[in-house]
Design a protein around this ligand. Structure first.
Ligand code: FES
Length: 73
């Protein structure tokens, strides 16, 4: 059974099986070689669809939702 968790002020955590395939927004298949993946929720990762930790640097606040998030430069 899938376990999907919205972390506080961070990514979406998915428990998967190694070998599962994730399809990105452009239709590319990504074969997973891990049992846990973190999907970007802030929209600012440079490694989408995966989280690269940028949310922490930019102070993403998940209580506001992505529409209220403005990238700090
Ligand atoms: S949620 Fe981590 S970089 Fe977007």
């Amino acid at each position: 059974m899938a376990n999907i968790k919205f972390t506080n002020n961070g990514p979406i955590s998915l428990n998967v099986s190694s070998g599962d395939v994730l399809e990105d927004s452009e239709g590319n298949n990504i074969t997973l070689d891990t049992e846990e993946v973190y999907l970007c929720r802030c929209g600012q990762s440079s490694n989408k669809p995966f989280c690269d930790g940028t949310h922490a640097v930019l102070g993403f606040d998940s209580s506001k939702g992505i529409q209220d998030f403005v990238k700090q430069e």
